[in-house]
Ligand binder design. Structure first.
Ligand SMILES: [Zn+2]
Length: 453
């Protein structure tokens, strides 16, 4: 949108008090609980998200929106610098994009895209949960269930903000997009697929894509559960799968064997040293100067061995490696691989090492929170909460990188408070969801402008 058009909408925006918005959102609390519960009750592990996609598609329709499906097509995005090798097949999966369009003839207001993921991570042993992870329940102001915090709750906040305006008789004067993606938790290829489609030009565009070009959006907000902070930066993330092959033997002749599971411990110990080196103050990216331990190297999976009384043949390590913004993932990968090869060779030169690369190859980034679109979000937070939002440098990756690194659209993460994400008894604060939804409603009014429904 041109700034002149935006100014027209802004000055035309009626005086809607923050209290009126907060009251409208508060009245939607039962609806928010029901909507989030329905999403949590639809299990959607990365790679198998269809149940939640179907639920969200209907929820968008119930708001009067017309969601479009954007295919998860790895071949179409494989050339992107932000493409990560998939961990699961495309399998006909799709992302959802719905857009509110202002009425014909409305002076163009500014626009915003809310982007969130519907996939969730594995639950771990369900017996360790206080209640089944896909049976949502509310207790003491928190809604429990896998995905409640990360990040179905944030998506519901965005819907609630839009619905709150509707209940007050208003609608945004600019385009408001709701984008729900798959595959965020292991590659980010869902959002990449959408960005790729929205950037597409020329023949072959579908009708929906031609209408919903990414340049239609003046801001992107990703409501990941970072406790109502504005994200200032995020680390890069690499996944590596390392298979060590030793020499199996009867345990009675153990010294003739070569144990790759024990070697994996030596490799991990060396990576711990690498982690310490990268966290040293002089090695840090300035955006992470004040973060306790920005670089985390995690052994998330370890598999190997066949028999208590056999020296094992193989050990497979699933590793997640963090690194700083401005570092090239390929260079980081080469350095980490060299380190792993050297550590394994130090154990025993006969140890064989194979490394594969399914999953994240995600550069880090620093967000521009001084962009007008982001300052407007901070202003909306201030209006609702009476103080400026804290800024947060994330030691995890988010889909914000796709917008930050592939487009010039201002973007950040801003979402509700959650607990135990990726852990047991994950939950999201309903009070925080209300505040976030109110901030988003304030943002829609002030950033996009509104017109009567
Ligand atoms: Zn998330």
């Amino acid at each position: 949108m041109t700034s002149a058009a935006a100014a027209t909408a802004a000055t035309a925006a009626p005086a809607i008090t923050t209290q009126a918005l907060a009251d409208a959102v508060a009245a939607l609390q039962p609806w928010m609980v029901d909507t989030l519960s329905a999403l949590v009750a639809a299990p959607s592990l990365s790679g198998a998200e269809q149940a939640a996609v179907d639920v969200f598609e209907q929820q968008l329709r119930d708001l009067g929106l017309a969601p479009e499906r954007i295919a998860q097509d790895s071949a179409a995005i494989a050339g992107s610098p932000l493409f990560s090798c998939p961990c699961t097949p495309d399998n006909g999966r799709h992302n959802l994009l719905a857009r509110h369009l202002p009425p014909e003839g409305t002076a163009g207001g500014r626009s915003v895209l809310f982007n969130g993921h519907l996939d969730v991570v594995p639950t771990g042993p369900e017996a360790l949960w206080s209640h089944p992870p896909f049976a949502p329940r509310v207790a003491d102001g928190w809604l429990y269930g896998r995905g409640a915090g990360d990040m179905k709750g944030g998506l519901v906040c965005a819907l609630a903000a839009y619905k709150a305006l509707q209940t007050l008789g208003w609608q945004p004067a600019g385009i408001v997009g709701f984008n729900a993606v798959v595959d965020e938790e292991n590659t980010g290829n869902g959002t990449l697929a959408v960005v790729n489609e929205l950037q597409a030009r020329g023949p072959g565009l579908t009708r929906a894509m031609a209408q919903a070009r990414l340049t239609d959006f003046d801001a992107v907000i990703i409501p990941e559960p970072f406790a109502e902070t504005l994200m200032s930066a995020q680390v890069g993330v690499l996944w590596l799968t390392v298979t060590l092959t030793g020499r199996p033997a009867h345990v009675g002749y153990m010294r003739s064997g070569l144990n790759p599971i024990e070697a994996a411990h030596a490799v991990l110990a060396d990576l711990r040293q690498l982690q310490a080196d990268w966290n040293a103050p002089e090695r840090r990216h300035p955006a992470f100067a004040d973060v306790g331990q920005p670089i985390n190297i995690n052994l998330g999976r370890l598999e190997g061995g066949e028999w208590h009384s056999s020296v094992p043949c193989t050990a497979t390590m699933g590793l997640r490696v963090g690194f700083y913004p401005d570092e090239d993932p390929d260079i980081v990968r080469t350095a980490v691989e060299a380190r792993i090869h050297a550590a394994a060779a130090a154990v025993n030169a006969d140890l064989r090492v194979a490394i594969s690369h399914e999953g994240f190859k995600a550069p880090g980034c620093v967000y521009d929170l001084d962009a007008p679109a982001m300052r407007a979000l901070a202003d909306a937070h201030q209006a609702v909460n009476g103080r400026a939002p804290d800024r947060f440098a994330s030691t995890a990756t988010t889909d914000g990188r796709h917008f930050r690194l592939l487009t010039d659209i201002p973007v950040t993460n801003y979402g509700p408070e959650a607990r135990h994400i990726h852990g047991l008894d994950e939950c999201v604060s309903l009070a925080s969801m209300q505040r976030v939804a109110t901030v988003m409603a304030r943002y829609l009014v002030d950033w996009c402008g509104v017109v009567a429904r």
